[in-house]
Design a protein around this ligand. Structure first.
Ligand code: ADP
Length: 602
């Protein structure tokens, strides 16, 4: 599958076209510094300046058109995967994006204004430019849906927490999940066997405690402001400071928002959010830059220790993100004096660690260190593509798993040998015309005529083998023609049903009862029933997708028997209403609910 992965940051849009099988990038391009003088589009060596007036919408359009111009007809795209920072409590797994989900996401934007607004703008542009493709949202918050209550709740009055949905969500989930998988693969084990402290140190930064594969603590909170020192965000702060600023500086919510999101952190301390420049200036003796590195690393180290305590130990400390992958100084400072945890850095390995497409993970721990210290290449675009693909594949798998063929039963009759004798002569044997899908059942060559008070219908097919009781199955339309009021029944339930006159080549007889309209039903084996999560006599729903006459049938009864072959039976009226042709075999899909709802798709 070719996945277009769109990673919208606070001031950049990164776009990668990924082959999900080879996991190769077929195309990489980005627009950086949106809204700033240096804003430019980059593809390989090519850099095209765009100017500061470009908005996110413009940037998204520019990138997508450039991408289409470059790929032309050569590369088909199967799906678009969008990184969305805040999915709130509702979006805890990758989700198909449409106007309804986008409106719900709009409401969450104020919780992550730096990212969500621009991401949603970008999604809308992409949906316009590529309207025929599925668009799937992958949420930074989703990986943290497993946070236990003790990590999730803030010590505020319950009423306020409930009213405003105040809780820890956590971010960078795609990256932390990727780290958990990558380190497990590297150590030839599974995430379920490891306690990992994952440090994502990019422009935004967060630490997550991943205990046996599950996020159990993470440093970002209800918004991405909490926790580590970041490019332009200061992370943890005494809330009293905000009160003081409101009183002394008369700052309102917007002013504080601007301060906390854009003017704090490394930028607030040094005037730049670029760690490379900070390291260079620190080496030249710049005190503010030295302070910035000290504060930054101290905060990370504090979290590593805390999270080891949270998990009762740690097996891996992992660094990822622009700073985590590239800054030996920061890694050195973050892991100082952690030998009490069993984590000892190898200074040479740390200094020499180089991460690239070939070497996506490097161990920088001392050989004797019990805890492995790993540098992991962040590949957010690939991780986003992986998650979106997994959703599409599981949708397909579910659909395949739940397919049920549909058979259309025209009017027919099951007769007893005694009735056959009267209509065809004594000892008459039916001739097999064709076998039916249910074991031993067949359609016979023979037909009869039904005669009701109002009219007659000839050519009614007989089914074999003969049964103990006569049973005539007609449609609602036939009822009108014949003038018979047949109840909707399952096969064999003939009490209080009307009778009818039947004419055969050798005689005519009137059966006292046995005329029914067959209740729509599904035959299935016990194995099928287990697969669908239904039981004998369950009532389910079946959706027929028939290009123009889609219809959901309720009141479909499940019949389970070891001799049954999976098949849903509809009569001709029902089939016509749903646009199913005679003998059409549809494919049904269950909506896996407790009620055993079953849907069909083609
Ligand atoms: P984002 O969170 O926007 O994806 P990145 O993960 O690319 O950001 O990280 C950006 C940060 O990484 C910047 O602060 C940048 O200065 C820093 N960085 C990139 N390369 C290096 C390097 N060689 N040494 C130190 N810091 C680096």
């Amino acid at each position: 599958m070719h996945v277009l992965s769109i990673n919208c940051g606070s001031s950049s849009i990164k776009l990668a076209l990924v082959d999900s099988v080879s996991r190769r990038r077929l195309l990489d391009m980005r627009i950086e510094e949106i809204g700033k003088p240096g804003c430019s589009l980059k593809r390989g060596e090519m850099i095209r300046p765009l100017g500061p007036q470009i908005t996110f919408t413009d940037a998204a359009r520019e990138l997508l058109h450039e991408m289409l111009a470059v790929t032309g007809e050569q590369i088909s795209i199967d799906l678009v995967a969008h990184r969305i920072v805040h999915g709130g409590g509702r979006f805890v797994r990758p989700t198909r994006l449409d106007e309804r989900t986008l409106t719900e996401l709009d409401a969450l934007s104020q919780l992550a204004p730096l990212h969500n607004l621009s991401a949603l703008e970008t999604v809308r542009v992409a949906m316009k430019v590529l309207p025929e493709l599925p668009h799937i949202g992958v949420f930074d918050t989703a990986f943290h849906a497993t946070l236990p209550t003790r990590a999730r709740e803030y010590a505020l009055p319950e009423e306020l927490r409930r009213k405003h949905g105040i809780r820890r969500f956590g971010f960078h989930g795609t990256s932390h999940a990727h780290v958990a998988d990558a380190v497990a693969r590297h150590l030839k084990t599974t995430p379920q066997h490891l306690r990992v402290v994952s440090c994502h140190l990019g422009n935004g930064a967060s630490v997550t405690a991943i205990e046996y594969g599950r996020s159990v603590e993470t440093s970002m909170g209800m918004t991405p402001l909490e926790g580590l020192i970041m490019g332009t965000r200061g992370g943890d702060l005494d809330p009293g400071i905000l009160l003081e600023l409101m009183r002394r500086e008369h700052m309102d919510a917007d002013a504080l928002d601007e301060l906390l999101n854009r003017r704090s952190g490394l930028y607030g301390l040094t005037g730049t959010n670029d760690m490379r420049e900070i390291e260079r200036r620190a080496a030249e003796g710049d005190e503010s830059c030295r302070l910035a590195i000290t504060l930054y690393s101290h905060r990370v180290r504090k979290y590593i220790g805390a999270y080891a305590a949270v998990m009762g130990g740690v097996d891996v400390i992992a660094f990822t993100g622009g700073v985590g992958e590239n800054s030996a100084i920061v890694r050195h400072r973050c892991t100082q004096r952690l030998d009490f945890l069993g984590a000892v850095l190898d200074e040479d390995r740390n200094r020499d660690a180089r991460i690239d497409d070939e070497h996506t993970i490097v161990d920088i721990a001392d050989t004797h260190s019990r805890v492995r210290i790993l540098v992991v290449k962040a590949d957010e675009e690939l991780a986003i593509a992986d998650e979106a693909c997994a959703l599409l594949e599981s949708e397909h798998a579910t659909r395949d798993r739940l397919r049920i063929p549909v058979a259309v039963s025209a009017r027919h009759a099951h007769l007893s040998q005694a009735t056959l004798d009267k209509l065809f002569g004594p000892g008459y044997r039916l001739t097999v015309r064709n076998m039916l899908s249910q074991t031993g059942q067949y359609a016979a060559e023979e037909t009869v005529t039904l005669i009701g008070p109002r009219g007659r219908i000839s050519g009614v097919r007989l089914m074999g083998p003969p049964r103990d009781h006569d049973q005539v199955e007609i449609s609602r339309t036939d009822e009108f023609v014949l003038g018979v009021d047949a109840p909707v029944r399952i096969s064999g339930d003939l009490a209080n049903t009307p009778g009818i006159t039947i004419e055969g080549p050798k005689g005519t007889t009137t059966i006292p009862n046995g005329v029914i309209t067959a209740r729509r039903h599904i035959h299935m084996s016990p194995e099928d029933a287990r697969r669908f999560g239904v039981r004998d006599n369950d009532i389910v729903e079946v959706r027929i997708d028939s290009e123009g006459r889609d219809l959901t049938f309720g009141d479909v009864i499940v019949r389970v028997d070891p001799s049954f072959t999976l098949e849903m039976h509809l009569d001709t009226d029902e089939a016509n209403a749903a646009g199913i042709k005679r003998e059409h075999v549809g494919e049904l899909v269950e909506r896996a609910e407790v009620t055993g709802a079953i849907e069909r798709t083609r």
